[in-house]
Design a protein around this ligand. Structure first.
Ligand code: ADP
Ligand code: SF4
Length: 678
């Protein structure tokens, strides 16, 4: 191990337990609810195997009155839930890691619709989901006594399951303790409302009682957002974040601190740099003598060491970096820094959780596949017979497939038309704000360059004859999908009059096409491309008009939690925004638009250059020419089905494994079947 990093591997005493090192795989949504325990255990066990000293069970509801209906979270409602938790703990322990659990009552974040009990909180307020017509009831004294008993009982169950660390969770506006603390939600006039001490009372009581139940067996951690960067900001405005830490300073065994709300805690690379939480959390170690844990999308061991040496944190927490590379600590320990698969900060992992899907990651295609498909993030089964494989195209799909097949022992050649390898992960990384997209190619190219059985040929366009002449045993077409310029998009599937031949595509802009001062960008894609180009062009001095048929800009960035910040970025950059505006034609001097909802015509939006950001269409001619020659091949990535970068990486990985013959012929992977009581 590099001695510079040895501090990261020093054990740390936390109350009655000792963490073996300073790496903490944080509590975070993994899209596997209590209904999918095997898949969830697969994820956590892999983390423990990868060297994380503490591996967390994410938010676990303690009672049916905490009802996150429809969201894939955990439950520890009664004794019947203990067995699945115990199994998870046992798998984590088997690799020498500690197991923690984030117990929570979600108060007014609950929905009160699935279990039939009303959501409850300090006062009669709407639940924290304005688009849902449900309210929370005000808790009376008996409810509060019951709630304290719920926490005690859940702590006993956590102990029975074998956990080493139990959390009192008061963060992300998702905890009833936070709701009582915040004057934005707490309008009580009794001893649980009003003054700071009164609003803190429930938090303090639950913490003391959790410590009492934990005894000498479990450490008690508090997770608390010390700063509100979005939301009602009542605690931030009054400086009470610090007051809470001072008031409870040495009561917990561990402070796990972050910022609120979730969108700011999980800031993306476009808006927040590595270590971005330090300015908000660095005071905590001055206030408490207990160990402090924090996050900040840490992927660099130097940044981690710096946090510890400068007295900011004692433990380095990682959610996204541990998703992107479950073996990050092991790689640091083994001096394999270049092998770290760095999180690119895109929040696809977050986006899929918000739509109730198992965890997905742009950098790590094996996440969620550990149990059901048996995919390991580092180990690829050896190919029985070494074969030659030709991969045409070096984008995320081509490089990922190359890596899997080369690791398996095949002789792999990658031919790329462009002078630079990396496809869209290289090209898009040059757009303002998207530099980290380049990590997708950086990681894979570096790995491939170290392998003797890999040949990389940039500047090599291949046609069907060239492919036939090469004579590979297997051919993979990873040739991507160019953007359409005819106006066909996600809401309108056919061309828009005046677009074809006149509109530039994102490919044209990335290739440096001439662009007039005044630009109209029509976004019928609804992810990052249109607004990233808008910010880029605005920074280069263009007057930019960003037009979209949807009621708000970039609906998908609502799922990546970036939408409010993206809109603020557009505003600050001087980009004029036109939501709810359907393009009906381009005149050469302006875009004709009508309202998305009523169809009523709107004034044309003047501009000299039109950029159409719609859908992408694979070029199938190369495949057809191969078919005509009788040459078998597989089409992978965007060339098979255009999508997000995560999809291309996943596709490259899956196709490569299929080629290895390790995947089920009928496509059906292992599933977690519900029990049928007959
Ligand atoms: P994906 O996201 O599916 O990996 P990309 O668009 O990122 O796709 O990458 C596709 C790559 O394939 C591009 O870099 C492109 O230059 C390259 N390419 C396309 N056609 C050919 C070809 N005939 N020969 C070599 N390279 C090609
Ligand atoms: Fe990081 Fe993106 Fe993977 Fe999430 S999906 S862990 S943000 S690379």
């Amino acid at each position: 191990m590099d001695p510079r990093y040895s501090i990261l591997f020093e054990p740390l005493k936390i109350g009655p337990v000792t963490a073996p090192n300073r790496f903490v795989s944080m509590p975070h949504a993994i899209g596997h609810s209590y209904l999918m325990p095997n898949g969830a255990i697969g994820i956590r066990e892999t983390r423990a195997e990868g060297g994380w000293g503490i591996v967390a069970m994410h938010l676990s509801e303690i009672d049916p009155t905490s009802d996150l209906a429809g969201l894939p979270y955990e439950r520890l409602w009664d004794e019947g839930d203990v067995a699945a938790h115990a199994r998870s703990v046992e798998r984590i322990h088997s690799h020498g890691a500690l197991a923690s659990i984030e117990l929570a009552h979600t108060g007014i974040r609950s929905r009160g619709i699935s279990t039939g009990y009303p959501a409850m909180g300090p006062s009669v307020v709407p639940i924290l989901k304005p688009d849902m017509p449900f309210m929370a009831k005000a808790m009376d004294k008996e409810d509060i006594r019951n709630l304290r008993q719920m926490y005690r009982a859940a702590t006993r169950r956590a102990k029975a399951a074998g956990y080493d660390i139990v959390y009192v969770y008061a963060s992300h506006e998702a905890s009833i303790l936070w709701h009582f603390l915040s004057p934005a939600y707490n309008f009580r006039t009794d001893e649980y409302g009003g003054s700071f001490e009164n609003r803190l009372r429930l938090f303090r009581e639950v913490l003391e009682e959790t410590k009492d139940e934990a005894g000498d067996d479990m450490a008690v951690a508090v997770r608390f957002a010390v700063h509100e960067l979005s939301g009602p900001k009542r605690i931030l405005n009054s400086g009470e974040g610090r007051d809470v830490v001072e008031a409870l300073a040495d009561l917990p065994d561990l402070w796990d601190v972050n910022v609120s709300s979730w969108s700011r805690d999980s800031g993306t690379a476009r808006y927040d740099a590595e270590g971005f939480q330090e300015e908000f959390t660095s005071f905590v170690k001055q206030v408490t003598g207990k160990p402090v844990l924090g996050v900040g999308r840490f992927t660099s061991p130097d940044a981690m060491v710096s946090q510890i040496r400068r007295g900011v944190l004692d433990l380095i927490g990682a959610a996204r970096p541990s998703i992107a590379d479950p073996f990050l600590p092991a790689k640091i320990r083994e001096g394999r820094i270049e092998d770290i698969r760095e999180c690119i900060g895109c929040n696809i992992c977050v986006a899929v959780e918000t739509i109730g899907v198992e965890l997905r990651c742009t950098q790590n295609p094996t996440i969620s596949e550990e149990w059901r498909r048996g995919w390991h993030p580092e180990k690829i089964p050896a190919a029985g017979n070494a074969k030659t494989v030709l991969i045409v195209g070096s984008g995320p799909a081509g490089l990922e497939a190359a890596l899997v097949l080369a690791k398996a022992g095949h002789e792999v050649t990658v031919a790329e038309r462009a002078e630079e390898m990396g496809g869209r992960s290289a090209r898009e990384a040059r757009i303002k704000g998207l530099a980290s997209w380049g990590r997708v190619k950086d990681y894979r190219l570096y790995q491939l360059q170290q392998m003797p059985n890999v040949n990389l040929y940039p500047g090599s366009e291949l046609d069907a004859d060239g492919i036939a002449e090469f004579g590979a045993d297997h051919v993979l077409l990873a040739t991507g999908a160019p953007w359409r310029g005819d106006g066909a998009g996600r809401t309108r599937l056919t061309p828009i009059p005046g677009f074809a031949g006149a509109a530039l595509t994102p490919d044209d802009v990335m290739d440096g096409a001439a662009i007039a001062h005044s630009v109209v960008i029509y976004d019928d894609d609804h992810y990052y491309m249109a607004n990233a180009l808008a910010a880029d062009l605005a920074a280069r001095g263009h007057a930019v008009h960003l037009v979209t048929p949807m009621p708000s800009l970039s609906a998908w960035m609502g799922h990546t939690l970036e939408q409010p910040r993206m809109v603020a970025e557009m505003k600050a950059a001087g980009v004029r925004m036109y939501p709810n505006s359907v393009a009906t034609g381009w005149s050469g001097e302006g875009l004709a638009v009508s309202r998305g909802d009523t169809g009523e015509a709107l004034p044309a939006i003047a501009g000299a250059t039109l950029v159409a950001v719609g859908t992408r269409l694979p070029d199938t001619r190369l495949g057809e020419a191969l078919t005509a020659q009788g040459l078998p091949y597989r089409t992978i990535g965007d060339a098979e089905c255009p999508g997000i970068i995560q999809g291309a990486v996943y596709s490259g990985h899956r196709h490569a494994r299929e080629l290895l013959g390790t995947e089920p012929d009928d496509r059906v992977f292992k599933r977690e079947r519900p029990t049928l009581f007959l």
